[in-house]
Design a protein around this ligand. Structure first.
Ligand code: TIU
Length: 228
């Protein structure tokens, strides 16, 4: 595929879609629906809904273009052996990781709350990466998967902007990946954190990466396909 500069902050982003993957971070029921981990932390989970439509549009575009799509999920083994006590022992016992909620045990793999929301459900051939931390590189084989496919550029979407998206982008940046964060396909429980989190990525000449929108990336993807 050809290279098309995408309007982005802090400056236009040169992209080779053949070396690009879409990474959708933690669009799970535990974060987006009532009764899960996000709600247990005291958050208004409806604040994350704005990211669903753009994630879906980007997902469909990536699938149609044959891009590698990776879905991540934050969660722990049922025995919690991979959950640091420092992470578990926070908040009231009935709202902690591993406690029983309306969608099963909170932030535990295999439970209904751990699933990716129906609108963005992975399809056959799309790796689903289970991670125990905020960053998608920590204690996972993400770096290996990307290297094996010759990927050096990540389109990053998902939730939440300043927590798992940010941590993943920082990890990716240190490993040499170029990250383009899709502002409308990310969301936070705190609108001000979303806004400033995106600014932090693009500030200082793109200290962690670039920020653009789903519309801009899809337009570039269409143009690249037409030129191919
Ligand atoms: N609490 C919060 O904003 N986020 C998380 O705990 N995990 C992710 O961001 N996925």
């Amino acid at each position: 595929m050809s290279r098309s500069p995408i309007p982005a902050e802090p400056f236009p982003f040169e992209i080779d879609f053949a070396r690009t993957a879409l990474v959708i971070i933690d669009m799970q029921r535990d974060f987006l629906e009532p009764g899960g981990f996000g709600a247990a932390l005291g958050n208004d989970v409806s604040r994350l809904r704005s990211a669903v439509g753009p994630c879906r549009a980007m997902l469909e575009g990536a699938r149609a273009a044959g891009l590698l799509v990776i879905h991540t999920r934050e969660g722990h083994r049922p025995d919690l052996t991979d959950a640091p006590p420092a992470k578990v022992l926070r908040g009231p016992p009935d709202k902690r990781i591993g406690a029983c909620g309306p969608m099963g045990r909170i932030l535990v793999r295999g439970e209904p709350g751990h699933e990716i929301i129906a609108e963005l459900a992975p399809i056959h051939g799309e790796p689903v990466l289970d991670k125990p931390g905020k960053g998608a590189f920590y204690q996972t084989d993400l770096d290996l998967m990307l290297r094996n496919r010759g990927i050096d550029t990540l389109l990053v979407a998902g939730v939440t902007t300043e927590v798992c998206v940010h941590t993943t982008v920082r990890e990716a940046n240190d490993r040499g990946y170029r990250c383009l964060v899709l502002s409308d396909a990310c969301a936070s429980y705190f609108p001000e954190f979303h806004a400033v989190g995106l600014r932090m990525i693009a500030a200082q000449g793109g200290i962690f990466g670039w920020v653009s929108t789903t519309g801009e990336v899809l337009a570039a993807l269409s143009a690249a396909e037409r030129a191919a």
